[in-house]
Design a protein around this ligand. Structure first.
Ligand code: ZN
Length: 186
């Protein structure tokens, strides 16, 4: 059975047996917080457990690297929606050690894309259209720098509600240990 079939089969019994009941909650975060973290597989369950977050406690946004690169991109929009529409009142940016976005190499990704069927022509067309792939496919030199930069963009955003605490943390992907880089209350 492929993944889709396996998922659909599991899902039928999940719903029939009402296994969802323990997850019932509302769209408003009980702890009034929004967390931006990484999509790393090791953090799927570990991060909420390590931060004592249960279903319904927080808005969690995940991307590669817990990065905000654009003040007017979709990550920042999600944060603002959480703050204005969903009653969140503070922001936690949680990066992690051993992140795949550390030292991400754009040239390597472009090479892999070419090996996997993207034509040279397509790459050239994008470059000619002014799309800076090298810049776009860039992560950060180290996770501390990544978190600090994201916190800075959020904190300085012109649409951020006044007085919103923005915290920066780093989580260990094995132990779940958190270190505070930026205490947003200070
Ligand atoms: Zn990561």
């Amino acid at each position: 059975m492929n993944h889709l079939d396996t998922i659909m089969e599991h899902n039928r019994s999940f719903v029939e047996e009402k296994k969802y009941e323990e997850f019932l909650t509302t769209k408003f975060p009980d702890k009034k917080m929004v967390v931006l973290t990484c999509m790393d597989t090791r953090l799927i369950d570990l991060l909420p457990r390590a931060m004592n977050l249960r279903n319904g406690d927080a808005k969690i946004i995940r991307n590669a690297g817990a990065i905000v690169t654009q003040p007017f991109g979709n990550i920042m929009r999600s944060i603002l929606v959480a703050l204005y529409e969903l009653n969140a009142q503070e922001v936690f940016v949680v990066g992690h050690h051993e992140c795949g976005m550390t030292g991400l190499n754009a040239s390597k990704i472009i090479e892999k894309a070419k090996h996997q069927g993207v034509s040279d022509n397509t790459i050239e067309t994008l470059m000619h259209a002014g799309i800076d792939l090298e810049r776009w496919l860039t992560g950060f030199d180290n996770v501390t720098q990544g978190v600090m930069k994201s916190v800075q963009i959020i904190r300085n955003h012109p649409l951020l509600p006044a007085g919103t605490p923005v915290h920066g943390l780093i989580i260990h992907p094995e132990t779940g240990k958190l270190d505070v880089l930026v205490n947003g209350y200070e």
